[in-house]
Design a binder for this molecule. Sequence first.
Ligand SMILES: *Cc1c(COP(=O)(O)O)cnc(C)c1O
Length: 381
Amino acid sequence: MKVPLLDLTAQYQSIKHDVFPVIHSICESQQFILGPHVETLESRLADYCQSPHTVGVSSGTDALIIAMMAAGIDQGDKVITSPYTFFASAGSIARLGATPVFADIDPETFNLSPDRIQDVIAGMNPSERFRTKAIMPVHLYGQCADMDAITNIAMSYGLMVIEDAAQAIGAEYQGRRAGSMGDYGCFSFFPSKNLGAFGDGGLVTVRKFDNFETLVKLRVHGSSPKYFHSLIGGNFRLDALQAAVVTIKLNYLDDWTCRRQENAGLYRILFEQAGLIPRITLPVEKSGRHVYNQYIIRVPEHRDALQAFLKQKNVGCEIYYPVPLHQQACFRYLGYQAGDFPESEKAARETLALPVYPELSIEQITYVVDVINQFFREHTS
Ligand SMILES: *Cc1c(COP(=O)(O)O)cnc(C)c1O
């Protein structure tokens, strides 16, 4: 049997009849940039994300950048984020000339730990504290960070909150949706996200109308009206074609999310039946609706050998992420050392992503568990 980590072709078969006529009509109109399809998507996602305003943009990375530009994050400022995330979270901070300041993760959820944020702020001198402008929690793998605690810290120090919700569309923290809790929420329509385009795309959710207006300007080089520039923005525009595809897929998203959750539930039953715990540990659902962009197990011993074995047995799997950001070569100038964020470093040694996409069959999930079971029987006999 073959079980890829992600197979988008099945999803495509189920939506292509909806998508083709819309693509055709956009091609006939030759109106490719922004326009009504982007506006429709923005308003549908404002509802879906429980957010008053949204701005469609060119990618998830650009969502982070434009949100921080609108937030006034500038050269020399500091933004607190997780060292255990996709590169873009911290990369976008650095690209604005600001400094990513890392705080370690909660080992159960892999999300930014409020206690570690407190420690980091407590260790700052007054001028460092003054330059700290925002906290960027990342809702990793599809589960929200501990947002009550994080927004409380942000309020007590006067910091903005910019949610990196790229992996977490529709995820909830105590009934509130990802992207609705911070000042800004940043989403990605990269094809492997739960709501993916046929290319790149992204979206920013924003709470205040003033900030929404700033984002709309920044998206088109800071101009309003056209050719009059009050701000230095950029080209952060979303294509009509991408917006139309994402709008169609949005009709299916809750269904797909349910299937991901069911797949996670089946893994749990099968792993427990096979007696594989605690050789591996399973995802912990802590705060509400987990949308399982990734299904991550921890493998404290033999992780790399297990990964090789799975690949040999035609099971797709991946390590998200093998090198925490404070240990990346490009961030050496930040001066962090190995050992600075022990939970992130441990996660990088232990985590393994297994297939969880909606179209997986029961037989495929059973096969993945059987292969893992076989690996441990051979390794421990
Ligand atoms: C995918 C992702 C991004 C970047 O999104 P792109 O659309 O690929 O630019 C940012 N942050 C996280 C956590 C992501 O997973």
